[in-house]
Design a protein around this ligand. Structure first.
Ligand SMILES: *Cc1c(COP(=O)(O)O)cnc(C)c1O
Length: 406
């Protein structure tokens, strides 16, 4: 067992007073963003995606904030995330979509967790769990309309031995529903190119989805919810909304399509702020390189500060000499390489002192950098920036909802 696997030890590892850095989450921003997203799709229902510890924002408080903001259900990838929500007392509908063969689905069925099915084995295992527990298993069928990832294939397969055909999955679901062990609550699919509005695959996938839904309904299924849209489609292709949208990133206030519009352009408020206290301040002579490999040096004397966050905490090493920060109010950059636990910033002649705050990113409202700027600096997407911040950094919840929910 890892050290952090022991709850008592984990508490100490993330103790705010022993750790001069923090991830601050504005729960009101999450609730606000859910409302904004629903407006984009004419008030349609919204499933808030809270996988990956709510994109690094903290699973349970974020889920509660999204529900308070008007989400009707929650979506997660792993079954363990769904169970964690139930254990925390969340009773709202929860869908998990990454179960794997060999997993015991009975505990999920017993806890009224909806399990997405892409394959016959999932439906068979759900039916078996329902028979064993004397309940009805609830599923949502996942159809591959062109992403080429999971989902039963609505497009012709070269061989039915390798992959599941949508017709076959629907036929099995109809049989198990008739037996009374299965309820097909929904049908859903996922876009390949939602972040490129107008891409021909967006329209093609919508058409394929419409056919797949029609086929299932002709076969006798009566899904309550049919949904396709992630954040990008919710914001840029509202015509793809069926009964519900399924956004993740935008719930946390980040734009999935930074080239089309910023978070502010869409009325979204970034919920995560990452900051640390300056641990060391030192004046270094001209020409002194800093951090491993001395990849940064200046030809004049300057003041350097050491920031106690590194790549083990989620600061991308790819942002060496590039990641933007705000130190005591001024914009600066990471100087030299990001190390495991710390990085250095050249602050010139600014009168920075130990304990001053360094903001890596936040909402941008106080001129601090945003997660999108870090993504640009590290050559990645904002999804990866926020999900990287791991459990070692204490989470701190703010906003009027924080007292009630966190
Ligand atoms: C992650 C995920 C989403 C949410 O995607 P965003 O781009 O973060 O909005 C929706 N549906 C599925 C199946 C996902 O895996």
């Amino acid at each position: 067992m890892s050290l952090s696997g022991d709850p008592a030890v984990a508490g100490v590892l993330a103790a705010p007073r022993l750790w001069p850095a923090r991830v601050t989450i504005d729960l009101d921003a999450i609730a606000h963003n859910v409302g904004v997203l629903r407006e984009h799709v004419g008030g349609a229902a919204l499933m808030a995606v809270v996988k990956a510890d709510a994109y690094g924002h903290g699973l349970v408080p974020s889920a509660r904030a999204a529900l308070a903001g008007g989400a009707c259900s929650l979506g997660v990838a792993q079954a363990s995330e769904a169970v964690a929500l139930r254990r925390a007392g969340v009773t709202d509908p929860v869908l998990t979509w990454l179960v794997a063969p060999g997993m015991d689905l009975a505990p999920l069925v017993e806890q009224d967790i909806e399990v997405a099915a892409s394959t016959p084995w999932t439906l068979q295992a759900l039916a078996e769990a329902a028979r064993a527990t004397g309940t009805v298993a609830v599923t949502q069928l996942k159809v591959d309309t062109g992403l080429g990832r999971n989902g039963a294939s609505a497009l012709p397969l070269p061989s039915r031995d390798q992959g599941t055909d949508w017709n076959d999955l629907v036929a099995l679901a109809v049989r198990l529903s008739a037996e009374g062990v299965l309820r097909v609550k929904g049908i859903f699919s996922h876009f390949a190119y939602a972040d490129a509005p107008g891409h021909p695959t967006v329209r093609a996938q919508q058409a394929t989805f419409a056919e797949a839904v029609a086929l299932a309904e002709r076969a006798g299924l009566e899904p309550e919810v049919r949904h396709l849209s992630n954040s990008a489609a919710t914001l840029t292709s509202p015509e793809a909304t069926w009964d519900m949208v399924r956004p993740g990133l935008s719930v946390y206030g980040l734009s999935p399509v930074p080239d089309v519009g910023s978070a502010a352009d869409f009325g979204l408020r970034p919920a995560m702020r990452v900051s640390a206290d300056v641990a060391v301040v030192k004046r270094l002579p001209a020409g002194q390189g800093v951090s491993y490999g001395h990849t940064y040096a200046v030809d004049h004397e300057s003041t350097f500060v050491d920031v106690p966050l590194g790549y083990a905490d989620g600061v991308p090493r790819h942002a060496s000499n590039a990641g933007p920060v705000q130190v005591a109010g001024a914009r600066r950059r990471v100087s030299g390489r990001v190390c495991m636990d710390q990085f250095v910033v050249d602050v010139g002649d600014d009168p920075v002192v130990v304990g001053d705050e360094v903001v890596l990113f936040g909402s941008g409202e106080d001129s601090e950098p945003t997660a999108q700027e870090w993504a640009d600096a590290a050559g990645t997407i904002s999804y990866e920036i926020v999900t990287r911040f791991g459990p070692r950094v204490p989470r701190h919840y703010v906003g009027t909802l924080a007292g009630e929910l966190a």
